[in-house]
Design a protein around this ligand. Structure first.
Ligand SMILES: Cc1cc2nc3c(=O)[nH]c(=O)nc-3n(C[C@H](O)[C@H](O)[C@H](O)COP(=O)(O)OP(=O)(O)OC[C@H]3O[C@@H](n4cnc5c(N)ncnc54)[C@H](O)[C@@H]3O)c2cc1C
Length: 165
């Protein structure tokens, strides 16, 4: 899809610019569809400067052809694209964390240290639920492995109650 006509379909503004920057890295022929969301005055000039097309009307249909897609908007506008990206909103179910009064981090996930200790002594968290960066499988697996190792170490060492000094 490098240098082809690409679409970004994003219904929330928070990560829109980040997504545009990432895909712009692959192709300068970008169209952003917000599906009814009105983009703020801060972001609009940035898109204009980089000749990123902006469509704020709701999408009516996406017509699929073998090579291309046509995105039809409710106002009759349409745009032909070669490919595109949907920007999902990843939202963990944190009701249980709220019930347990666990402290949250800057991203609204469960706050932990490197070894998964939460603000509650006997509760650990790892994976997407405590991430401070991007939700990715390899990050979740890596942090899960570290937290599991830490828990086993704590349990094992608790059997050896001795003072070093
Ligand atoms: C649509 C989509 C596409 C993605 N694409 C990619 C990709 O291409 N590459 C990539 O690296 N990552 C991708 N990710 C992110 C990746 O899936 C996550 O980062 C990863 O799965 C996080 O692993 P986890 O173990 O922390 O959480 P999860 O895999 O979400 O596992 C949490 C588990 O806990 C269970 N659970 C939740 N609440 C409870 C409860 N109260 N009691 C018992 N069980 C519970 C859930 O059912 C689930 O099985 C994608 C995610 C989504 C949603």
């Amino acid at each position: 899809m490098k240098d082809r006509k690409l679409a970004i379909i994003a219904g929330q503004e928070e990560q829109l610019l980040h997504f545009v920057q990432m895909i712009f890295h692959w192709s300068k022929q970008l169209s952003v569809f917000t599906n009814g969301l009105l983009v703020s005055k801060i972001i609009k000039p940035v898109l204009e400067k980089h000749e990123v097309k902006l469509f704020e009307r709701k999408i009516k249909t996406i017509e699929n052809d073998t090579q291309q897609c046509t995105i039809h908007l409710i106002n009759g506008q349409k745009e032909v694209i070669d490919g595109g990206f949907l920007m999902p909103e990843l939202k963990p179910n944190l009701n249980f964390a709220k019930d347990l009064s666990l402290e949250l981090n800057d991203r609204g996930r469960i706050y932990t240290d490197e070894f998964g200790h939460t603000s509650h002594r006997n509760i650990y968290a790892t994976g997407d639920i405590n991430t401070t960066f991007a939700e990715q499988l390899v990050h979740a697996a890596s942090s899960g492995s570290k937290v599991a190792a830490g828990i086993v170490r704590e349990i094992a060492s608790s059997n050896f109650d001795f003072q070093t000094k």
